[in-house]
Ligand binder design. Structure first.
Ligand code: URA
Length: 305
């Protein structure tokens, strides 16, 4: 039994699926403009109290004449075809800096302005890189190693961008390590206050007592303070061995190994399968894959950005 091949559920869809929705027009701006107050109308409609105009930011607030057309940027970011993106804008599903934009002429600055589609952040800065890496066993989680051991940097040394690894895995832990040049996101994903969860699968000596999950959820005392898991389950068990899954939002060094050792189940091998909404999936050890726009959006959300 090895924790190296955890079963994953189906992968997330591409962001291009956004355009398939058939939400109708919001009605904003539809119909002729109404002029009120003249009292000269000939239409014999029942008198109604004047409708309060909903204050809303006009597109002009976000329009940057030197910018790039919004639908072009959305299409380039992988949200969908140019036509799909135009529909999304006209359907009122696109916000720029918090204002809904429904007109197609709007241009924005992709490096300064923040865009959401259906509430999900879209990264428009094409220079930003987001990669999932399956760190193999016996690789150091640094970009280079003074001792000459294999390091994460060896796997990305052909790339010209300066990438950061989001947190670390032990030399002898395999699994998901995110690499990016987006410093703000990387910092937040590592900061415990944002509570981004990490999921691990560990091979430990069995059998696992019934109340171990409760004990781990309630907390275990370690030398540098208590630790608790968000969830715990036994994934598989054989005589004398068990594969367990733990989810926690802690980043302390060797925390999973120390915690399981403290409860009498020292880790024999350890794999990280998820970081927040991103799953390792079928990515093989030593391989990289770009995150989908939807995964990036989900990471932004998890990190409160
Ligand atoms: N906890 C550990 O003990 N090791 C890791 O590599 C990651 C979390």
């Amino acid at each position: 039994m090895s924790p190296g091949k955890p079963r994953q559920s189906g992968s997330r869809g591409q962001a291009g699926g956004r355009g398939s929705g058939s939400r109708g027009q919001s009605g904003r701006g539809a119909g002729p403009a109404r002029r009120g107050g003249s009292g000269t109308t000939k239409r014999s409609q029942p008198t109604q109290p004047p409708r309060e105009r909903t204050p809303r930011k006009e597109a002009v607030d976000v329009h940057d004449p030197d910018g790039v057309r919004l639908q072009k940027l959305l299409a380039a970011a992988g949200v969908g075809s140019r036509r799909t993106c135009e529909n999304l804008i006209q359907e009122g599903r696109v916000q720029v800096d918090g204002s809904t934009v429904t007109e197609l002429g709007v241009r924005i600055d992709p490096l300064k302005q923040v865009v959401h589609v259906d509430g999900e952040r879209v990264q428009l800065d094409g220079s930003r890189i987001y990669l999932a890496f399956n760190k193999p066993y016996n690789v150091v989680s640094t970009m280079s190693d003074e001792l000459g051991r294999p390091s994460v940097g060896d796997y990305v040394d052909q790339r010209k961008e300066r990438l950061f690894h989001v947190g670390r895995l032990d030399y002898d832990t395999e699994g998901l390590l995110l690499l990016t040049n987006d410093g703000e996101l990387a910092n937040r994903l590592q900061h415990p206050s944002y509570g981004v969860t990490k999921t691990y699968v560990a091979l430990v000596p069995g059998p696992i007592p019934r109340d171990l999950g409760k004990q781990l959820r309630e907390g275990v005392e370690l030398e540098d303070g208590p630790v608790s898991v968000d969830s715990f389950k036994v994934v598989d068990s054989q005589p004398g061995k068990a594969m367990v899954q733990v989810v926690l939002h802690e980043g302390r060094k060797h925390v999973v190994r120390r915690m399981l050792e403290a409860v009498g189940h020292p880790v024999e091998s350890l794999v990280r399968t998820d970081v927040g909404p991103v799953k390792l999936g079928e990515l093989r050890a030593g391989k990289l894959r770009p995150l989908t726009p939807r995964e990036v959006a989900a990471l932004y959300k998890a990190a409160g950005l």
